[in-house]
Design a protein around this ligand. Sequence first.
Ligand SMILES: [Zn+2]
Length: 370
Amino acid sequence: MSVRACLSPLASSLSRLLTACCALAMLGTASLPPALSAERPAKQLFGAAALPADMKPQSIGFYSRGCMAGAVGMPVDGPNWQTMRLSRNRRWGQPELVRILQDLSVKAARDGWSGLMVGDMSQPRGGPMLTGHASHQIGLDADIWFTPMPPERLTYEQRENLSAISMLKPKSFYVDDKRWTKAHENLLRDAASYKEVERILVHPGIKKKLCDTVKGDRAWLAKIRPNWGHNYHFHLRIACQDGSPGCKKQNPVTGGQGCDASLDWWFNVGLVPKKPSKRKKPVKPKPELRLSDLPSACAAVLDAPAKPADEADLKVRDASFSAPAIAIPAYDPAMARRSKPIEARGATAATPASAPPPGAIPTPTRRPRD
Ligand SMILES: [Zn+2]
């Protein structure tokens, strides 16, 4: 409903309704159809969007509670990348992120990495996702596989079904030296080299490998943050960008290179499975985010017209590049929900028989800040 419609003459008995109606219109929410109710799970609303909001690019809110306007697409193919799991429709981000990924693909290729296999970025309008990921909501996060890009162009089906490769030894928290290469180290160093990149999340075993082996300049290790999972891919996060006043910054990284007791915590506490507690208290699932839990500007993002599909991607810089076009089925949230995890079934990092003995430095009892 438009503001003008609200201002048309109405009987006095309707005056209260009129006031409420116009107030909502001013907030930009009055035109939301009932399907966009503020109380519906936000993941259903944002997970239904096929294309970005045709608005000025902007990140709104926090990495794990927000949305984005004016996203651009990472093209499906580039000279040094291929995007994966296309049915999920998560190859969207803010222009700064997509530019960095395209640039990184070139830089890393010069340093021996054949190309990026680009995993989940954000949904076209960001927001909570239908499956997985607490973050990736404001267009500043991207997952990159630790598997180098194959020389051939993958088909749609291959991009749906191919599994990434874990960097860990089976049933271990530690890197498999048969899989880990100098090119992996170079890739992470190149990714950390951008001033906009604030954090790169990896499995603690990978962080340990870097701590044990990186020679020369080690300052970039400060950006490499240990976290659960992240043995099949790493997660690159950039800072809030200029022109996004509603983007909520994450605390800056602290604690130097992080090759210390804060890393021991992972091997002695964080990764060690908890003993089943005797008191069987059912774990309450976290309540799902509703549209009303997100910044109010996210309702306008959902409601905005879509960018035309053929103008939505950030162009590949190398104008001479071409790849055989892939037929991508129209976006269907049900297909996104069913898409395969990138981990091969049964090959996830398992628990070692026992945790290693604690080091000389006392291990913190609480999780170190990430
Ligand atoms: Zn991620």
